[in-house]
Design a protein around this ligand. Structure first.
Ligand SMILES: Cc1cc2nc3c(=O)[nH]c(=O)nc-3n(C[C@H](O)[C@H](O)[C@H](O)COP(=O)(O)OP(=O)(O)OC[C@H]3O[C@@H](n4cnc5c(N)ncnc54)[C@H](O)[C@@H]3O)c2cc1C
Length: 464
């Protein structure tokens, strides 16, 4: 349905435009919108990547993909018109602090009694066709498969799948309840590994396992996982190895981060030599807004080098600006930006001598530009040999102009979308929590809105 709408829209718009018109700077006539893909061109573009070794992500791109309709000037050209309009609506709300706060306050206080998963509920219907369809992958394996196939058709390499259901924090709970919560979390995470296409990623948030996990992670010094949780983590990792899935351990608040690092390094030590292609199975997330982050990366690089396993690195700026202690965080956004970009340079240059699998997870255009230059430079230099992989990741429904722009790179970089799955209620709760954590990123929504408007203007003939 999604694809049909897209094709219908593309065709209608091609008809609207005069066939003699060529897209500026590429010289591609508009009639190409209707032509089947030059699959070989697309494949060679995708396969000549910045990395040395990859899974053949392009094999699922069907020969009639509308992907070539997009150009570097029009990164959103392959997206359906309805998608662009929905994106404008949602990001206009996100970009306005008052509208965002009104929406999140209303949903936060009413979500549990609104029964939005009922198909007869009009609010549920609205939420499903707006927030849910835009930011989420679906409620079951089949729906997830459809969304992933659509993303791949548009040039996205793959997904980072996350289960939306998280344990509610706060309140008293008995030992039995805590054990039940941890068990549910392990089952949910295993199901996510089952639903994820081979070669793609699963996001794992330890705190989702409930209060017991939080207590162990937050103890001073942090404690190792309980027996049941350790067994659950082992089952998750074994399943990931068996299915060819990689696990990205989310970074969380400073209060639990030492524990998260400890658990994750332990898992990397156990599982990162288990793939025959030498790639990491488990990745740690490094929040570059923390002053201590460069030192932590250096320590983990040294451990991985000494013990001879690849360090999986997901690099983010950090989402807990409003709740983490201010003195632990860089003094300004400019300092965070510098630390972020320097870390990419350092990891790619390879002088550390460790093997690194890197995911650059950001919506920052300038960081992406610098990372691409650093990756090219590293490949041209011998000491870049330490780098096994570089990938970019953005959240589904956000920074589309960057994600789809990256898919148009001649070098064919790898780009992933982070998507959540679950029921409408679970996903809306998840999105509300993320909106609260990411208040500082509201400005990014304006870029999104502007990029969508630019594409709309192309389609209605206001841009040539
Ligand atoms: C795929 C993906 C996965 C993610 N996973 C995680 C995760 O596991 N854990 C996590 O914490 N976050 C995660 N994030 C969120 C991430 O940390 C950022 O909050 C978000 O991406 C915005 O940062 P940005 O790099 O996109 O760039 P921008 O939007 O340019 O930067 C905004 C960020 O800069 C920093 N910043 C802003 N103002 C200041 C200031 N005054 N002083 C210091 N620093 C400042 C903050 O980190 C803020 O989030 C993820 C993001 C993506 C795209």
């Amino acid at each position: 349905m999604y694809r049909q709408t897209q094709l219908a829209t593309t065709n209608a718009l091609c008809i609207l435009r005069r066939p003699s018109l060529a897209l500026p700077s590429t010289g591609i006539p508009n009639s190409h919108c209707l032509r089947p893909l030059a699959v070989s061109t697309l494949r060679s573009r995708k396969q000549s990547t910045l990395t040395h070794s990859h899974q053949p992500a392009t094999t699922s791109i069907p020969p009639t993909s509308p992907n070539l309709a997009a150009t570097p000037e029009r990164p959103l050209a392959s997206l359906p018109f309805t998608y662009l309009l929905r994106s404008i609506l949602l990001h206009t709300v996100s970009a306005s602090p008052s509208l965002l706060s009104l929406t999140t306050r209303f949903l936060n206080s009413n979500i549990d009694r609104l029964h939005i998963d009922s198909p007869l509920n009009p609010l549920g219907w609205i939420l499903y066709y707006t927030f849910y369809k835009h930011f989420c992958a679906g409620k079951n394996e089949k729906e997830i498969e459809t969304v992933v196939a659509d993303l791949r058709d548009r040039g996205i390499t793959g997904v980072i799948l996350a289960y939306a259901r998280e344990v509610e924090k706060g309140g008293e709970s008995t030992e039995a309840e805590e054990a039940k919560q941890a068990k549910l979390w392990v089952e949910g995470t295993k199901k996510t590994v089952e639903y994820t296409p081979k070669g793609d990623f699963v996001a794992v948030k330890y705190s989702g396992a409930g209060p017991k996990a939080l207590r162990l992670l937050g103890a001073s010094p942090p404690e190792m996982p309980s027996l049941e949780l350790a067994k659950g983590l082992e089952e998750i990792c074994e399943l990931a190895v068996k299915r060819g899935i990689r696990l990205l351990m989310d970074a969380e608040q400073v209060a639990v981060q030492d524990g998260i690092d400890m658990w994750t390094v332990d898992l990397m030590r156990k599982y990162n030599h288990r793939r025959s292609d030498g790639k990491a199975v488990v990745y740690n997330t490094y929040q570059m807004y923390l002053k201590s982050a460069p030192q932590k990366i250096a320590q983990h690089l040294a451990v991985s080098k000494n013990e001879n396993w690849p360090l999986g690195v997901k690099l983010v700026r950090g989402a807990y600006l409003s709740s983490d202690p201010r003195d632990a965080i860089c003094d300004s956004q400019a300092d965070t930006d510098k630390q972020y970009d320097n870390a990419i340079q350092m990891l790619l240059a390879g002088q550390h001598g460790a093997k690194v699998d890197l995911i650059v997870a950001t919506h920052n255009k300038e960081s992406i530009r610098k990372a691409k230059i650093a990756a090219k430079t590293a490949l041209l230099q011998e000491n870049g040999a330490g780098l096994q992989e570089i990938k970019f990741a953005q959240l589904m429904g956000m920074a589309d102009e960057l994600s789809f722009g990256l898919t148009k790179e001649k070098e064919g970089v790898k780009v992933y979308k982070y998507v959540v799955w679950g029921s409408v209620t679970e996903c809306v709760k998840y999105l509300l929590r993320r909106a609260q954590e990411n208040q500082s990123s509201a400005g990014r929504s304006k870029d999104n809105v502007q990029a969508c408007w630019e594409e709309v203007k192309w389609r209605v003939g206001l841009r040539r």
